[in-house]
Design a protein. Structure first.
Length: 295
């Protein structure tokens, strides 16, 4: 951990916005020493059956930032989500800031560019984003120095963002009673996910961990915050010293039984473009494709 600039004395103010439709948690992370903030993993609302996109979830975040008089400096994607569409460009248009994602977005653009048979006008170089992060990169949110840990396995581009004593793990971990996310999407790997989880668990015990998803297992209320210490002791998939071998076996068997997320097809087409819709068709309207028998 020595290479990462951990500073537990910085305690960002974290406000969560839960999206019931996709069980996603978006965050506004504010610097306590200035009015600077970042948003993490925003959500665009989609009624897929109707092909309708709306922005109630994003508008609530925009209203909160505006009401508090905050300056939005970053819009962070922990990874390319397969279960919801990002609202980052919509929020950026209204409030500014830079959209950042892991550098391996290019791998995902290559994979899904083929699956959706995108033409050469779809750039696979990550240029739809303002910043491509590599492991160990740092960036500023006001007076706070955030850093990035590459935590692949769920997808090749997954990053954990650490801001003071708060780490945003994306889908690298779930709450202790929920374990971990699937590792069977193209480019996913259960063994690599296990190693990435160990990286997160090597952070200080009292590091606050913020989840990207929670499904409230066994009827409990939705939760999104825990600590490294809690995950190490109690995570049902990787806690109390479970071996990599056991994890890979369990994860592989479980993933084989999972269906595709409801919104994977629209999500990937939009999120691989940094949250932007595909170019309009010759009638000036926007369409999303459904690749038949390819996923
Ligand atoms: Fe995900």
């Amino acid at each position: 951990m020595a290479q990462y600039p951990i500073d537990m004395s910085v305690k960002p103010d974290v406000k969560a916005f839960f999206d019931e439709a996709t069980n996603t948690i978006s965050y506004i992370v504010k610097d306590p020493a200035s009015n600077a903030c970042a948003v993490i993993d925003t959500v665009m609302d989609m009624d897929y059956a109707a092909g309708r996109l709306t922005y109630a979830h994003a508008d609530a975040m925009i209203a909160d930032i505006t009401t508090r008089g905050l300056e939005l400096q970053w819009l962070i994607e922990t990874h390319v989500h397969a279960d919801h569409l990002s609202a980052a460009p919509y929020i950026q248009e209204k409030l500014g800031g830079r959209i950042g994602i892991g550098k391996n977005i290019t791998i995902i653009q290559d994979t899904f560019g083929k699956i959706f048979n995108e033409g050469t006008e779809f750039q696979r170089d990550g240029s739809q984003f303002d910043q491509l992060f590599e492991d160990g990169d740092t960036y500023q949110i006001g007076t706070m120095t955030a850093f990035v840990m590459h935590t692949p396995g769920h997808t090749p581009a997954c990053m954990t963002h650490v801001i003071g004593n708060a780490a945003f793990v994306g889908d690298t971990l779930f709450m202790p009673d929920s374990g971990s996310a699937r590792a069977d999407f193209p480019g996913g790997d259960a063994g690599i996910l296990y190693d990435s989880i160990q990286k997160v668990l090597a952070l200080p015990e009292d590091m606050r961990l913020f989840m990207c998803h929670d499904y409230g297992p066994n009827g409990r209320n939705i939760q999104w915050e825990t600590t490294v210490g809690e995950e190490k002791a109690h995570n049902i998939h990787v806690g109390s010293g479970k071996s990599k071998e056991d994890f890979v076996k369990f994860r592989t068997e479980r993933d084989a039984q999972l269906g595709m997320p409801k919104l994977i097809i629209p999500s990937l087409q939009v999120n691989m473009r940094g949250g932007k819709l595909p170019p309009a068709d010759d009638d000036g309207k926007t369409y999303l494709k459904v690749p038949v028998n390819k996923l």
